[in-house]
Design a protein around this ligand. Structure first.
Ligand SMILES: [Zn+2]
Length: 387
């Protein structure tokens, strides 16, 4: 690509902050919790209208239960067939009504509102970068992938992500940039497991000995599960929800719990999940039974050589624009783990800088939206030229 075209893209993006913030406000003000299909689809419709108005075609991936994934496809005259994927999720962790309760607002240089950083600002940034390349010519095919259920481990989006990323030159996942400004080069993997323990109900006064307490069995399991935590190794186990019993004077016949397991590598994943499943299913208390009800997982984002090179390219692009970034690790998981596990060079945390994700005081730094879009555009040009 010519220097003139490159300059034109950077200058064009440089003029878009107001338009970016306006689109961000619209997206934040639509509730889109992961289980709110209508809301997640409404965010998709808004983005689709915007992208199509810019002259980019969209492919939808219908789904009955969760929001539809959307792929915006920008073709290129040259540069081969392998695309670069700009990825982001439209769902948030917030319940319906949150947007009405605390709508998008700006205080100084920060924007607030549900999902403003995680990751509606990233979606806006990706969308404007696509539009800029549509306007001035893409150096290779670009795919804007807008997924629908990341916050619950992407049960419906994962196959779409894997298909789109399989042959890609690179994946840029626009999760929020760290408060330090850094990108994310490593993420832990995560698994979420719900399980049930059953025992035998009995009157706790008249027939205590005939009961088998599901709560007691569950309590024993919780202790064993939490003992699997190993901070040195980077594995943690947290039973975050428990429920059980029907009355104070009844031996509990049933109890359930939900576990969050985190691990740094694929190898450790196999091992720790094996142990966790074994504890869920085994019977410490004679007569009780354990059963896994549901399981979902994110793969860890491990940094291989190709992803390191991608981070280098991005850092140099950012430096050329006047800001410094490097990579850092986080315990949070994301869709980037799926694409990295395919062997596709992956960079995560390319979105505008933000923090306090999943909290009421979640924030996004408005003055980072344009520079991060420009750094992404420059990096796309580099990747297209080098692979
Ligand atoms: Zn996110």
């Amino acid at each position: 690509m010519s220097i003139e075209a490159k300059t034109a893209i950077l200058e064009h993006l440089g003029r878009q902050q107001q338009a970016m913030v306006a689109l961000l406000a619209e997206l934040v003000n639509i509730d889109s919790g992961s289980y709110n299909k209508r809301g997640v689809d409404a965010v998709g419709e808004r983005l689709r209208a915007w992208v199509e108005a810019a002259g980019i075609s969209c492919e939808m991936f219908p789904h009955e239960r969760f929001g539809e994934c959307m792929a915006a496809r920008l073709l290129a005259a040259g540069g081969g067939n392998r695309p670069i994927v700009l990825m982001g999720h439209r769902d948030t962790v917030f319940p319906d009504g949150t947007a009405a309760e605390r709508p998008f607002r700006i205080v100084g240089n920060q924007a607030f509102g549900p999902g403003v950083a995680d990751m509606k600002s990233g979606l806006v940034m990706n969308t404007f970068v696509l539009e800029a390349f549509r306007r001035f010519g893409a150096p290779c095919p670009l795919t804007g992938l807008y997924t629908s259920d990341e916050e619950i481990a992407s049960p419906s989006s994962r196959p779409v992500i894997e298909t789109e990323a399989k042959d890609a030159r690179a994946v840029f996942n626009a999760e929020p940039g760290r408060p330090s400004g850094n990108l994310v080069s490593r993420r832990k993997g995560a698994a979420f497991i719900e399980f049930e323990v059953t025992g035998q109900a009995a009157h706790s006064g008249a027939a205590h000995a005939q009961g088998i307490s599901a709560i007691e069995a569950l309590a024993r399991k919780v202790q064993r599960l939490h003992r699997l935590t190993d901070y040195d190794l980077g594995t943690t186990v947290n039973v975050g929800l428990v429920e059980g019993g029907t009355a104070v004077n009844t031996v509990a016949a049933r109890a359930t719990a939900a576990i969050d397991v985190r691990f740094p590598t694929l190898n450790i994943m196999e091992e720790i999940l094996g142990e966790v499943r074994e504890i869920c299913r085994c019977c410490e208390l004679p007569g009780s039974e354990g059963r896994i009800l549901r399981e979902g997982s994110f793969l860890p984002l491990e940094q291989d050589e190709k992803s390191r090179e991608l981070l280098d390219l991005y850092s140099r692009s950012a430096a050329g624009l006047g800001f410094q970034v490097s990579g850092e690790a986080t315990g949070g998981s994301a869709d980037s783990g799926f694409t990295a596990a395919l062997g596709t060079p992956t960079l995560c945390g390319t979105g505008p800088v933000g923090g306090n994700a999943h909290r009421d005081d979640e924030w996004c730094r408005i003055d980072t939206i344009v520079p991060r879009a420009q750094a992404l555009a420059l990096t796309i040009l580099q990747v297209a030229a080098s692979r």
